[in-house]
Ligand binder design. Structure first.
Ligand code: BES
Ligand code: MN
Ligand code: ZN
Length: 506
């Protein structure tokens, strides 16, 4: 790990805290909850029977102000034994997505307890495997905290989770739990990386971490330094890096499914890895939004998180990923407005705003991805404030050049509970990117910013079926809500893992 004089606190990431997810915590399927648990949750609808074990009837719950709506919780303290938690499930059948939310609400209500259990009725319409997976995700992700830099963390870390289900296929459920642990760990890793302060996690640090993770989770890692990037003609990434005291890195991850398990398909992922986005010479104002720009590598973090899950999910699809990493800084050596950069495929780009840097670093990575001739490319980037303005913090913008890939991303979004919404790749806006002196400019007009940014990216995928996720809105949450914990959400890690696993299965 590189060190620098202003890393007052030693680098956090020699030990990656999120890797304890599923190690320090055990999640087990049991018949009846263990006597040693500190909190036990029971599901209660807005109508119908109240589980006897709660020791309260409907009238008592009503008096306590608990109506049983989805995500509502009521803590029932007890002198001895576990405190009981009534967890609302509303009035309609649970879906995998609402079940994940319900499990998260329970885990938050029981936040002072390290050992918790959830008692489940039969869940019509949800397979035992899916139930195990989404409950595990909801609980583990709701209890995620980034406490690596706190002297005295105040949150109670989770130690044990028990899921008690009546008359279920316990083996299937155990398999689901195992899946849920793997996907939660990949999202928690993405959160750790995005929550890390910008001077704790530089592009070179991220490359070092990727190497470490590759050895542990079974994928190959190559990383290209500045000299190599010059050889490779990656002018977009190098241009953005010009103002930085830190070297850039293009990090390549390769996952190959075990022989016999492979489906013969190959997808490429590309992640925006701006370790810190100051705006460069087009400097951002010093408002709270600027502070969040340490998370401008949320796309790269999601891709890295997803790739750590593939072996353990027995993913049959081969995956190649490129993380395009640098910070975007103003300085005497910084790239300037009016500069022209040449991307790896020879496209010349006039820089009209140095804060539209994401699309510049993505251009080279998309070209590299396309050179591998994958069946599909999916990129993920904290690309535009416009995506945040249009869709807010819950839903990511989805654009692309191919309906099948777009539909597959939508399906992965639904399965992971990471919500996406398609915006049009309106070709008639392409002329907004015209440049008088180069092939293209990096700045569109004042409207439809998410679309013009995607139209820029489309120039670099060489016609390969491609989908783009703009996660500027979903990269972080200002509140604890369902599985999203305050701070970085890790959005996209679970979605991309699901996409790769499902790709080519139909
Ligand atoms: N990293 C930002 C986008 C962003 C904004 C992410 C808010 C997360 C939250 C990106 O590099 C950026 O600055 N985009 C500009 C582009 C503009 C100059 C064309 C934007 O959206 O304002
Ligand atoms: Mn920017
Ligand atoms: Zn940015």
């Amino acid at each position: 790990m590189t060190s620098s004089p202003y890393k007052i606190i030693p680098p956090t990431f020699t030990a990656i805290p999120s890797l304890e997810v599923g190690r320090a915590v055990t999640v087990t399927a049991v018949e009846t909850p263990d006597a040693g648990l500190e909190a036990i949750g029971h599901l209660v609808g807005t109508a119908g029977d109240v589980p006897e074990a709660l020791g309260l009837d409907r009238a008592a719950l009503d008096r306590a102000g608990f109506g049983g709506t989805t995500g509502e919780t009521l803590l029932v303290p007890s002198n001895d034994g576990a405190e009981l938690v009534a967890v609302g499930i509303g009035d309609s059948a649970l879906t995998t997505s609402s079940l994940r939310d319900v499990a998260a609400a329970f885990a938050r209500a029981a936040k002072r307890s390290a050992r918790i259990g959830l008692v489940l009725p039969e869940l019509p319409g949800i397979s035992d495997a899916d139930a195990g997976a989404v409950i595990t995700e909801g609980i583990l992700l709701a209890r995620y905290t980034f406490s690596a830099l706190k002297s005295k963390p105040k949150e109670t870390p989770l130690a044990a989770v028990e899921l008690a289900v009546a008359a279920a296929d316990v083996d299937a459920q155990r398999d689901g739990i195992r899946r849920g642990i793997v996907t939660s760990r990949s999202a928690a890793l993405a959160r750790d990386l995005a929550n890390a302060p910008p001077s704790h996690l530089t592009a070179t640090d991220l490359a070092d971490i990727a190497v470490q993770l590759g050895a542990e989770f079974g994928f190959a890692v190559e990383s290209y330094d500045k000299a190599q990037l010059i050889e490779m003609g990656c002018g977009g990434l190098l241009g953005v890096n010009a103002g930085s005291a830190e070297e850039p890195r293009m990090i390549k991850l390769s996952y190959t499914p075990a022989t016999g398990a492979a489906n013969g398909r190959h997808v490429a992922f590309v992640g925006k890895g701006i370790m810190y986005d100051s705006g460069g010479i087009s400097l951002k104002p010093s408002d709270p939004m600027h502070l969040l720009m340490k998370m401008d590598m949320g796309g790269a973090a999601a891709v890295l998180g997803a790739v750590t899950a593939l072996r353990d999910l027995n993913c049959p699809t081969a995956v190649t990923a490129f993380l395009s990493c640098t910070d975007n800084m103003p300085s005497g050596s910084a790239y300037k407005l009016g500069d022209v950069l040449t991307a790896r495929n020879g496209t010349t780009i006039e820089v009209k705003n140095t804060d539209a840097e994401g699309r510049l670093v993505m251009s080279d990575a998309l070209v590299l991805a396309a050179e591998g001739e994958p069946d599909a490319i999916v990129d993920i980037a904290t690309l535009t404030g416009a995506a945040l303005m249009a869709l807010g913090g819950a839903t990511a913008a989805l654009l692309g050049n191919d309906d099948a890939v777009i539909e597959a991303v939508k399906a992965a979004g639904a399965a992971s509970g990471e919500s996406v919404w398609q915006l049009p790749l309106e070709k008639s806006y392409r002329k907004q990117l015209d440049s008088d002196i180069a092939d293209i400019s990096n700045l569109g007009g004042p409207h439809a910013g998410a679309t013009t940014a995607a139209l820029f990216l489309a120039e670099f995928v060489d016609g390969i079926p491609w989908a783009h996720l703009d996660i500027a809105g979903t990269m972080q949450s200002t509140t604890d809500e369902s599985w999203r914990s305050k701070g970085a959400t890790g959005f996209g890690a679970r979605l991309l893992a699901d996409f790769a696993v499902a790709y080519g299965t139909d």
